[in-house]
Design a protein around this ligand. Structure first.
Ligand code: HPA
Ligand code: ZN
Length: 331
């Protein structure tokens, strides 16, 4: 099964590029940039990753990214991840990026975009990997700031495959961001949002009704609202589920408690993703493997999940066809 899961052409739709920063690279970049870290060793960093909830993770996630200063850093960060992912059989990566987290540290948008663009071109050329970029807004910061970032990103609108919504969910409903998502819609930019990770099912409804999103990131708490589940099924809304993330952030206690089997039984369209692989104990292959171990899923189920990811990806129809062919050839 491991060989099959590795070979399976996997499209990853939910990844925070800053959350792919492994402690080894964190130390290397800290040294390169003269940034001091509150850790003495890589082992100490890893042992600090003992989270109690989303916020306890976000604190270390924002601290970790303090080593990212130059375009070269963002390039190295992304290339490091793309290589690892490619080795695990990932053929397409859609990455969220958090511009506000970098602007707050004096790292301007062109620095971030230039580094990531360079890495994306290299991934295409050297790994045959396609990528997409999702510019995310930090929902625990003011809506006005998101609007300002959206406008200042005008030179990069063409490069954006979608805008997203992440960071601390509770108390920061999608309704807060109606204006900036409407702006994205006017510009013809697709929309996704984290909802129903720690927040209530009502936030999933809001994301659909008020932000007109085409996918829901996480969404696992939809099960608390049967009418919502029926709607998600009827409308074919895709949920980008991140099983290891949900365990590490204690959305669920153990993998065997994860609601993925119920979500699947409910007829929902699901994909498996790594979210923040450096912080949550592994990338795409680890997430697929954990599901196999916890639920004993057959190859057919993994093929179905991989197929949904290809169908829901922000890619050209030519690339979609190519990935469907790769998938058909792998089994
Ligand atoms: N949830 C919300 N915000 C995030 C996450 C997440 O899992 N990872 C990075 N930012
Ligand atoms: Zn996420």
């Amino acid at each position: 099964m491991h060989d099959f899961l590795k070979r399976l052409p996997k499209a990853e739709l939910h990844l925070h590029i800053e959350g792919s920063l492994e402690p080894e690279l964190m130390f290397a970049l800290a040294e390169r940039n003269g940034v001091s870290l509150p850790y003495a060793s890589v082992e100490e960093v890893r042992s600090a990753y003992d989270f109690t909830d989303l916020q306890s993770f976000l604190d270390l996630y924002f601290q970790g990214m303090s080593v990212l200063r130059t375009a070269e850093d963002f390039h190295d960060l992304a290339m490091d991840y793309f290589r690892r992912a490619s080795d695990e059989g990932v053929v397409h990566v859609e990455m969220h990026v958090d511009p506000q987290a970098h602007l707050a540290r004096g790292v301007e948008l062109p620095v971030v975009m230039e580094g990531l663009s360079l890495a994306r071109r290299r991934a295409q050329r050297e790994l045959g990997m396609s990528t997409a970029l999702i510019m995310a807004f930090l929902r625990d910061r003011p809506a006005e700031e998101a609007i300002a970032v959206m406008e200042s990103a005008a030179p990069y609108w063409e490069m954006l495959d979608a805008v997203g919504l992440d960071s601390a969910e509770r108390g920061n409903p999608p309704a807060k961001f109606v204006e900036v998502f409407e702006r994205a819609r006017q510009l013809g930019i697709a929309r996704v949002a984290h909802a129903g990770e720690e927040g209530p099912p009502a936030y999933i409804r809001e994301a659909l009704d008020l932000l007109d999103v085409s996918r829901i990131d996480h969404g696992v708490r939809c099960l608390e609202d049967p009418d919502l589940v029926a709607r998600l099924r009827d409308e074919g809304v895709v949920l980008t589920v991140c099983p290891l993330s949900n365990v590490r952030l204690r959305v669920v206690e153990r993998m065997t408690d994860h609601p993925l089997p119920q979500l699947l039984d409910a007829g929902l369209r699901l994909t498996l993703n790594s979210d923040d692989p450096a912080y949550f104990g592994g990338g795409m292959l680890a997430n697929f493997t954990a599901c196999h171990e916890a639920f004993g899923w057959s190859k057919e189920i993994f093929i179905q999940l991989a197929e949904t990811a290809i169908d829901a990806a922000f890619i050209s129809e030519a690339r979609r066809l190519e990935l469907h062919r790769q998938l058909a050839a792998c089994h």
